[in-house]
Design a protein around this ligand. Structure first.
Ligand code: TXA
Ligand code: MG
Length: 309
């Protein structure tokens, strides 16, 4: 399926959904101002209605079209990290229907850093809410092939952005009383935010689950069973017809393995490898866990969730 930005704009104006690339994962977008349009996202993905969507815009100038207020700190965060993989949860304006926000009075806002996404958002000139373009619970699409696999029977437009740069979802944050809470870890790390603002973000734990509804649901699961382990505590026995993803130089007794040079490289390829494993009917995927700090946090979170934790 080959589609152009013009077709994407027209499709949105016809109240339908489109698939478009961002730098993190492919998104399934709809006009965020139109309740009926947004309801199609939930139908297509089979997404629980209480899981709020991130709304995408082309520039900072549009933030106050969808949010009632932007504090100096939030403005600064947008200026530093946008366009880019950071979503900021802001008080929602009446223009955004509650279906977008899962009933919350806040809205997640992001300016994605992908030339096709930015051009599409500029031309459509509407806020576009978009979750990852997968069926709920499955790994997010990070290649055009994956996006087509999930969505070719469900939408008429899929913009081809090739293999995406980052490969895991944006960092979702919320500012409360000058504290920055990380609601979902992502490519932008706490350390990166601290370096730029002098404020060390607080990573949310179970205590803050109510702030981040999306983290309650099953996520990122391939058909294969994912088994995660710390590098110094590998499983005693490996299934033979399996794949192992790792950062260390250790050898394990598996048929296929991939050794990554960095955590970001591991994150970049993770979902596409899950997809390939399913195509090849691999039954077990063993994954070394990265350390639980800095850029390891987001990858570790995705691996633990895909293993069912
Ligand atoms: O990188 C990304 O963020 C991708 C691309 C397409 O932009 N989108 C994405 O959307 O990952 P999705 O729907 O898969 O995840 C949205 C996350 C969920 O964890 C949700 O709970 C959180 O954002 N979120 C959205 N709006 C929120 C709000 N108002 N309050 C708290 N969390 C919110
Ligand atoms: Mg998702």
């Amino acid at each position: 399926m080959l589609s152009s930005i013009e077709q994407a704009v027209q499709t949105i104006n016809n109240n339908e959904c489109v698939v478009f690339p961002t730098e993190t994962v492919y998104g399934l977008g709809a006009n965020a101002l139109c309740e009926e349009c947004v309801s199609k996202i939930f139908q297509i993905k089979n997404r629980p209605p209480s899981n709020p969507l991130i709304t995408h815009i082309a520039s900072i100038d549009q933030v106050l079209e969808i949010a009632t207020h932007l504090s100096p700190l939030e403005q600064k965060l947008f200026e530093i990290f946008s366009p880019g993989p950071l979503s900021i949860v802001l008080p929602k304006k009446y223009t955004i229907p509650h279906i977008v926000t899962g009933g919350l009075d806040t809205v997640g806002v992001r300016i994605p850093n992908h030339p096709l996404a930015l051009e599409f958002l500029k031309q459509v000139n509407l806020p576009i809410c978009a979750p990852s373009a997968n069926i709920s619970g499955k790994p997010s699409p990070t290649t055009f092939e994956m996006a087509e696999f999930y969505m070719k029977d469900k939408v008429s437009v899929i913009l081809d952005g090739g293999d995406l740069d980052i490969g895991i979802e944006s960092t979702v944050i919320k500012v409360i009383d000058h504290n920055i809470y990380i609601l979902r870890s992502g490519f932008v790390t706490a350390e990166m935010i601290f370096e730029q603002t002098g404020i060390m973000p607080i990573s949310t734990s179970k205590d803050f689950e109510h702030l981040s509804p999306g983290t309650r649901f099953a996520h990122y699961k391939p058909n294969a069973k994912v088994i995660v382990f710390e590098e110094d505590q590998p499983p005693n026995i490996f299934e033979k017809k399996s794949v192992c993803l790792k950062l260390s130089k250790k050898n394990y007794d598996v048929e296929f393995y991939t050794t990554f040079n960095s955590i970001n490289e591991y994150a970049h390829h993770l979902y596409a490898i899950f997809f390939e494993c399913d195509k090849k009917n691999i039954t077990h995927i063993y994954c070394e866990l990265p350390p639980n700090y800095s850029e390891g946090m987001a990858l570790r979170d995705r691996l633990l969730r895909s293993a069912g934790y």
